[in-house]
Design a protein around this ligand. Structure first.
Ligand code: URA
Ligand code: SF4
Length: 205
């Protein structure tokens, strides 16, 4: 695993989400800030009962500075609505706050963050969890699962099931919405994704 200093020294011990967003801009906890356009903070009410955790910003998020506003975000919006969950009521963030990519000509191709990046960025997610104190965390895909549930957890084996984070917080893991966007069995996979979100919503009801 590539070793980075980690975000610890940039994470504010006090203050709320606006403070986190402000300090995120200075973070040099790993090397991903160098090539990205900007950092993408989480978004949503500090009092949200549900927190959704994705992987990292994509191309569109990196340009706009907002979480889940590209193709995966549109799918997530649709799925949340189908599951009866209002996007405005949930807090949405990513395991890694800068976009990792490879250049191919003019295109920027998403590259999965390394474990070193996930670990380095972990203190930001931990601080967000301290501030929001969600009753339920929805884990979107393998990178978020690595960040929140550790190495051994397989999303495909436990999707939609009630699980617990190491500190006892209730959680539900599911696939990443990007995998649904790309799916060749879109209708089936969209339906399964909505089922998982509905199962998560039911735990809060
Ligand atoms: N994928 C993510 O995991 N997060 C985003 O913000 C956008 C795409
Ligand atoms: Fe800091 Fe996370 Fe960005 Fe790395 S990805 S520089 S740890 S905010």
């Amino acid at each position: 695993m590539e070793k980075f200093p980690g975000a610890e020294e940039w994470v504010p011990a006090r203050g709320g989400l606006p403070k986190v967003a402000e300090r995120l801009k200075d973070c040099r906890g790993c090397d991903l800030w160098e090539d990205a356009e900007q950092v993408v903070p989480g978004d949503g009410p500090a009092k949200a009962r549900m927190m959704l955790v994705g992987e990292q910003p994509g191309d569109v998020e990196d340009k706009e500075g907002q979480v889940f506003v590209g193709p995966a975000g549109r799918l997530l919006d649709k799925a949340l609505e189908a599951a009866g969950i209002t996007r405005d009521s949930v807090y949405i963030t990513n395991a890694v706050k800068h976009f990792r990519f490879e250049r191919r000509g003019k295109r920027r191709i998403h590259k999965t963050p390394a474990v070193g990046h996930i670990v380095a960025c972990g203190p930001w997610l931990a601080r967000e969890r301290e501030i929001v104190k969600p009753e339920l965390v929805v884990v979107l895909g393998a990178v978020a699962a690595r960040a929140l549930l550790g190495t051994g957890f397989k999303v495909t084996e436990h999707r939609g099931e009630p699980v617990e984070l190491p500190d006892g917080t209730a959680a539900v893991a599911t696939v990443h919405p990007s995998s649904v966007v790309r799916s060749e069995e879109y209708r089936r996979d969209f339906g399964l994704f909505v089922d998982d979100l509905r199962a998560a919503g039911a735990l809060l009801a």
